[in-house]
Design a protein around this ligand. Structure first.
Ligand SMILES: [Zn+2]
Length: 171
């Protein structure tokens, strides 16, 4: 602290502290995603092999939304970090059969989240991918995760039939 006497030092230190706080936040959030996913998968395994092992209950869609919203408005300092953030969020959603509502106000379709290497902006951009009029569409290009992430079930448009779930089970 005492050494930072040059005029630019306080500003730089402020940025470093913010970056550190964001890094810590991302790490802790992903760590909790991981334990949620482990519990979810292990419970599934216990069930299919017929073991009666106690697990904490799965979080609700609302609770998952809340976890993900901890990360909105943030960028994590480099492309790899933003890429991993998107990948971990999408992994969680895949495990729970969920999608993110596309934040494009005119769209709002259930979408998957990706971070792509942008031509401009070395830290990558968050994009929301879904189909639109039968074509794969990308909406977004956000440097930080957009606010008010909402989640929807992935198969909301389809009614699940017994045939469908047995087919899904084999695949
Ligand atoms: Zn969209």
């Amino acid at each position: 602290m005492r050494e930072g006497l040059s005029p630019t030092a306080p500003k730089r230190e402020g940025l470093n502290m913010e970056a550190y706080a964001n890094a810590q936040l991302l790490f802790d959030t992903i760590k909790s995603f991981r334990s949620i996913r482990d519990n979810h998968r292990l419970r599934k395994l216990a069930k299919v092999v017929g073991l009666n092992v106690p697990f904490p209950p799965d979080p609700s869609i609302h609770q998952l939304e809340h976890f993900i919203n901890n990360l909105v408005g943030k960028s994590f300092g480099n492309f790899e970090a933003n890429f991993m953030a998107a990948q971990e969020i999408q992994g969680l959603l895949n495990d729970f059969g969920l999608r993110i509502t596309c934040p494009n106000a005119h769209c709002r379709k259930p979408a998957t989240l990706h971070c792509t290497k942008a031509t401009r902006g070395k830290n990558g951009k968050y994009v929301f991918v879904h189909s639109q009029a039968g074509r794969q569409t990308h909406h977004g290009g956000y440097v930080a995760l957009p606010e008010n992430i909402t989640l929807v079930p992935a198969a909301a448009r389809k009614k699940r039939s017994p045939t469908e779930s047995s087919r899904a089970g084999r695949g």
